[in-house]
Write a protein that binds this ligand. Structure first.
Ligand SMILES: Cc1ncc(C[n+]2csc(CCOP(=O)(O)OP(=O)(O)O)c2C)c(N)n1
Ligand SMILES: [Mg+2]
Length: 856
């Protein structure tokens, strides 16, 4: 204290550092505790003046609370099963409002001076609060609010129903970021912030001055995804990132840390990871108490109070708090003496005090060199009184009786009559009221309204297929794997003047596995600090080159991060108005299975890009065994409506598919993404005529390349049809030659996409059910000219080829061979025999199906 007073803070810090070094050199094993007192990080005298009109902002926040509550209560009065949440937004309302009134910048203007907007991640179950604000702003109507969680009923009545949570897929002009699955918002926000740096460093778009804000729950911090990229954010010095963690001490079932303190725990965790931590614990009414508390009794009492107890204090009234908190000792009792019970009840936690919140946000926004987390202490169900404040069950509380509604009205001084309150009317002040004028003025000063999703991006030109993939479509029997072909294609694409710079290659520490090391030198690995060392392989043509303008995103052994990175790039067209084209190549087993939920969120966010599932299939990666061999990714991919999934066998097919994807995504600007599986098996690659492209893209074509040296079957020979995809097509071709050699009439179909065939079949069926003239499913058309039983084989579980069974021409027997079960490590030949997808098994299946009677 005296050093600080006489010689200043810097000197005090120096002495403390010196002391710590001394302690360490003596091996005392001493470490600072890491927890600071349970008080605000920003001292009262460092607090900036509040730049707004506090009274108006408080009134506005109360209106948001009311309309949000009304939305949920009314929906559940109408239909008890709709659900919705009140308590979360009730605790977060002021945290949102401070952002809306003073910090969250919208995209505004055009041209060079354009501000492309902050990115704001909203806590999903607080969505009613965001809708409530959009209602006052005039962006949503009362009818919209009345159709919260009734998207179908709404549409039937010509109204835009409101989605439960932030879903860009369902409200494409409103929500930007899907956050409904806890943990995905947090990790996503980090990778978006890092991607903005990438765009800036590569001089594609200056993202300086723009921030990423995320408001998340304290319970949500338990998700591994929430935590997993904290060190990345610090390492990359992402001072464009601010997290606000709403520490209402509760999650769904109960306290987040009943027997501990979540704020202390998060403080240590974030600080340890290298973040700037701002604790926003107490509101302004506590300032006087702290000032009078010269002996530190309050801080001591807090350090003895665990969160479970703190929650009980939130749920109880002023009297209880006087007796049980302030009643703990004489010093505290004296501090509370001048306060009425009502005043004690209304002592605000930091996250409910707009002045304190503003101070914390301002400090976070100004902080340089580190990301900031604001740990905001609040009460869950704030203001819900007996209906829910601090109650264990508050998370799911969505019913209010008349008395509770009146109590809420009184608590927030809402300008509603008893009748309006008990009827749960929505309330909007007159357009010329001071509140409404203020609301619009604040947003105008911050560039306009948000959340708002934009989808206008520049249209890119695509090189002709022949310019970058002739080697693949005119392969002339050269041996290579589809992975090798893809990597060569990507290398060529990167050289294209127009599209090349927009390509974002992403890897998760497997670039060498896929033969991509040449790209390290060619385009460099992105590093925000360049390369501060001489790489061991400096003289090599494949040298490991890191650069500030490097193009490859090397995410390390981190599929969750890599997919978040891919999502950031794949949604850049919308988030930044700058179309980028990411290619994330990974071990296919660690994609849909490992990070499937993140891919689902990317689909919701209308991502455009390529996912490349390499070393795919259960038998192409022979030696790797059970945990590496993927038999299911195509099954999951098929369930994502805007994902087009392909399992090409040949390099030429792959090139045609990638070319079509590029056109669809960056030229036609369709909201789809492509999943393409790649194999590491080398085999002869035939020419693939471009004329086949429409069939390849729809899912299958008759492959005649194997027939050249096979003698035609005799008239009346028994006929059989084989279908295969990916690496297993090569087994189907071998089987065809064996069967043809035995005198069978054989046709082979190369299936490029089971899911596209199935979708087409389902669409035809749906048209038929609607009573419309329906086309024959495409696969049925393709198979029409073939004969005999159909044997389908893939390197995936049977359910993949089974998905088209209903669309096989009538009367044909259909047998699906797949790789169900756990993988093993062995040679490809052994594995294919084991699963029954090798040529021998296909031949056997063909013979058996010809012998036994055709299914009725
Ligand atoms: C991955 C995932 N698991 C579970 C849920 C269900 N869920 C929604 S909100 C919630 C509790 C959230 O608690 P917290 O993060 O503390 O937010 P609060 O409502 O307290 O602000 C849970 C379990 C979910 N949405 N996503
Ligand atoms: Mg919580």
């Amino acid at each position: 204290m005296s050093v600080v007073q006489t010689q200043g803070a810097q000197r005090a810090c120096y002495l403390l550092d010196a002391l710590a070094r001394q302690a360490q050199s003596q091996h005392l094993g001493w470490k600072p505790d890491g927890t600071t007192p349970y008080v605000n990080s920003i001292a009262v005298d460092r607090q900036p003046p509040f730049p707004g009109d506090l009274a108006i902002e408080e009134r506005l926040a109360s209106l948001m609370r009311w309309n949000a509550l009304a939305m949920v209560v009314r929906a559940n009065q109408a239909y008890g099963d709709l659900g919705g949440h009140i308590a979360s937004y009730a605790s977060a309302a002021d945290l949102f409002e401070a952002g809306f009134n003073h910090f969250f910048h919208a995209r505004e203007g055009t041209g060079a001076g354009q501000h492309r907007g902050d990115l704001v991640f909203f806590q999903p179950h607080s969505a009613p609060g965001v809708y409530a604000r959009a209602f006052l702003e005039g962006r949503l109507s009362q009818d919209d609010l009345a159709h919260y969680r009734q998207e179908l009923t709404g549409r039937a009545q010509g109204v835009h129903g409101l989605s439960s949570y932030p879903h860009p897929y369902l409200m494409p002009e409103f929500w930007q970021f899907p956050t409904g699955s806890m943990g995905i918002g947090p990790i996503s926000s980090i990778y978006h912030a890092r991607f903005m740096r990438y765009l800036t460093h590569r001089q594609l778009l200056d993202c300086g001055g723009r921030k990423v804000w995320g408001v998340f729950g304290d319970g949500e911090m338990d998700e591994p995804e929430s935590m997993s990229a904290l060190t990345l954010a610090a390492r990359e010095r992402l001072d464009n990132l601010v997290w606000v963690v709403n520490c209402n001490l509760q999650r769904l079932d109960g306290p987040v840390r009943g027997n501990g303190r979540i704020i202390d725990e998060l403080e240590k965790l974030f600080a340890g990871a290298g973040w700037n931590v701002v604790k926003l614990v107490w509101g302004s009414d506590w300032d006087g108490l702290f000032a009078r508390d010269v002996s530190g009794a309050l801080a001591r009492a807090f350090s003895d109070t665990v969160d479970g107890q703190m929650q009980t204090f939130a749920a109880k009234d002023g009297r209880f708090n006087r007796d049980n908190f302030f009643g703990q000792n004489e010093e505290l009792r004296r501090l509370a003496q001048g306060l009425t019970d009502e005043q004690i009840d209304r002592l605000k936690r930091g996250g409910h005090d707009l002045v304190k919140i503003h101070a914390a946000y301002a400090a976070a926004a100004a902080h340089r060199g580190q990301p900031t987390v604001i740990l905001a202490h609040t009460k869950k169900g704030y203001g819900m009184g007996s209906a829910g404040q601090g109650r264990m069950t508050t998370h799911s509380q969505k019913k209010f009786d008349g008395a509770e509604l009146i109590e809420f009205r009184n608590r927030f001084n809402l300008p509603l009559t008893d009748e309006q309150a008990t009827r749960v009317d929505f309330f909007k002040p007159a357009d010329d009221s001071v509140e409404m004028r203020y609301l619009h003025e604040r947003r105008a000063a911050l560039g306009g309204y948000l959340p708002k999703r934009d989808a206008t991006a520049d249209i890119l030109t695509k090189p002709e297929l022949a310019a970058y993939a002739r080697f693949a479509v005119a392969a002339a029997g050269r041996e290579m794997s589809t992975t090798m072909a893809f990597v060569r294609l990507l290398g060529n694409l990167l050289k294209d003047q127009a599209l090349g710079p927009r390509v974002v290659p992403i890897v998760a520490d497997e670039a060498r596995t896929f033969g991509m090391a040449n790209l390290f030198k060619q385009v460099g690995i992105y590093s925000s600090v360049g390369q501060r060392y001489a790489p061991e392989d400096i003289g090599s043509v494949l040298s490991y080159r890191e650069a500030v303008d490097g193009q490859i995103l090397e995410e390390g052994i981190n599929e969750a991060g890599a997919i978040a990175s891919w999502t950031a790039a794949a949604t850049s067209y919308s988030v930044h108005g700058l179309a980028m084209l990411p290619f994330y190549i990974y071990y296919s087993m660690f994609g849909f299975q490992r990070v499937g939920d993140a891919i689902w969120a990317a689909a919701d966010q209308r991502a455009r890009g390529f996912l490349l599932g390499a070393t795919s299939g259960r038998t192409t990666l022979g030696g790797e065994g059970l945990q590496h061999q993927d038999g299911t990714s195509h099954l999951v991919a098929a369930t994502i409506p805007n994902c087009k999934a392909y399992d090409p066998a040949y390099a030429g097919e792959m090139a045609i598919i990638v070319d079509a994807g590029i056109r669809e995504m960056v030229v036609e600007q369709q909201d789809v993404f492509y999943y393409v599986t790649l194999m590491n098996e080398n085999y002869a690659q035939p020419d693939v005529p471009i004329a086949l492209a429409p069939q390849i893209l729809r899912g299958c074509y008759r492959f005649d390349g194997w027939k050249a040296d096979v003698s035609p079957p005799a008239e009346g020979a028994p006929a059989v049809t084989l279908m295969g995809s990916g690496a297993i097509l090569t087994e189907a071709v071998k089987a065809a030659r064996l069967l043809a050699g035995d005198g069978y009439h054989v046709e082979v179909f190369s299936v490029t996409s089971w899911s596209e065939l199935a979708r087409n079949g389902q669409a035809c069926e749906a048209a038929m059910l609607r009573g419309e003239a329906a086309d024959l499913p495409f696969v049925a058309q393709q198979l029409a000219a073939s004969r005999g039983p159909v044997i389908a084989a893939t390197d995936y579980v049977r359910a993949v080829p089974e998905s088209i069974r209903a669309f096989i021409p009538e009367g044909r027997r259909y047998l699906a061979l797949g790789t169900d079960g756990f993988g093993r490590s062995d040679t490809r030949a052994e594995l294919r025999g084991f699963f029954g997808v090798d040529a021998g098994s296909i031949v056997q299946a063909a013979r058996a199906s010809l012998k036994s009677p055709v299914r009725a």
